[in-house]
Design a protein around this ligand. Structure first.
Ligand SMILES: Nc1ncnc2c1ncn2[C@@H]1O[C@H](COP(=O)(O)OP(=O)(O)OP(=O)(O)O)[C@@H](O)[C@H]1O
Ligand SMILES: [Mg+2]
Length: 281
């Protein structure tokens, strides 16, 4: 597990705090362990939602190690760094990808971005929540682990999709994410995505393993958002810097992502209705 995942860190931006804001159309993509496929999944989920006619924004929330632009082969002229420096407002760094969806690119290797003062992070949060109102859905690609940036974005999301593979280290870190998230009041809105599953059955098994640990030790039952099968064409599409649904739309992995996009969008709309109801109470 990453060493920044410490328990005394988790009080930040607790939903119980006054001034807390949550979006009604925001999906955050997270993972305990790095390299499990968050960026690939975020891009593909965005593309699947866009293909079904939704207006979607993909936000690169991996502030220190941004790579949405790399997987898409973009050379962004403007990015989050301009926003953080106060040069541009968030809506001014939006770029369109291929007429399909909008993107806000991050800036890789900018240490100052991952170590932003809380005030700047909150400003970014507020601008993102405002901008989200112009879209049907916003997808946030997060960095691995559960540091304060991740917690902030996870807290503002309607739902956090926690990506894991069947590797024991990935499962252990997914469990740690839920555990630490639950201390910050975040885990209620977490669903699991099993990525790189050998088969539907194996993916189900991986989910059950994680579910059992959460039920036994945390009294939590995160739902399964779905699974994405292991597919050699995923690597190929990343190497070609072309997203999966463009280059290989007829693969099993693409079908899996389509299915998740539909289910997750429906669920998110239900959740938004619940939130609106609760707000009227
Ligand atoms: N369904 C899949 N089938 C095959 N390979 C996959 C699949 N999903 C991800 N991968 C592989 O995993 C690698 C890592 O993916 P990606 O960069 O999206 O992970 P990440 O979680 O965003 O990493 P980081 O934590 O560094 O941001 C990809 O380069 C790809 O080779
Ligand atoms: Mg990534």
């Amino acid at each position: 597990m990453t060493d920044h995942m410490t328990a005394n860190d988790v009080a930040f931006d607790n939903p119980l705090n006054p001034g807390f804001r949550r979006g009604k159309n925001i999906l955050a993509v997270a993972s305990g362990k790095g390299g499990v496929g968050k960026t690939f999944f975020s891009i593909s989920l965005t593309q699947a939602l866009a293909k079904s006619g939704k207006k979607v924004l993909l936000f690169d929330g991996d502030l220190g190690l941004a790579n949405v632009d790399v997987q898409l082969g973009l050379m962004p002229k403007r990015d989050l760094n301009d926003v953080i420096r106060g040069r541009l407002s968030l809506d001014k760094v939006v770029q369109n990808y291929n007429g399909e969806f909008d993107i806000i690119a991050g800036r890789s290797g900018q240490a100052s971005l991952s170590a932003l003062p809380s005030q700047r992070l909150m400003m970014l949060r507020d601008q993102l929540l405002d901008l989200a109102e112009q879209y049907d859905a916003v997808v946030i690609d997060l960095g691995a682990g559960v540091d304060r940036t991740v917690r902030l974005f996870s807290a503002l999301a309607t739902r956090t999709l926690l990506v894991t593979t069947d590797e024991p280290t990935s499962l252990t870190d997914a469990y740690a994410f839920i555990k630490l998230g639950s201390a910050a009041g975040l885990s209620k809105n977490v669903s699991i995505v099993v990525n790189q599953a050998q088969s539907a059955l194996e993916g189900e098994k991986t989910y059950k393993t994680l579910l059992k640990a959460c039920e036994n030790f945390l009294r939590l039952s995160p739902s399964l958002a779905g699974m994405v099968r292991l597919d050699p064409r995923v690597k190929e599409t990343i190497r070609h810097q072309t997203p999966l649904l463009t280059r290989s739309p007829n693969t099993e992995a693409a079908a899996d992502i389509d299915k998740i996009a539909k289910a997750v969008y429906r669920e998110m709309q239900d959740e938004a209705k619940e939130m609106a109801k609760a707000a009227r109470r």
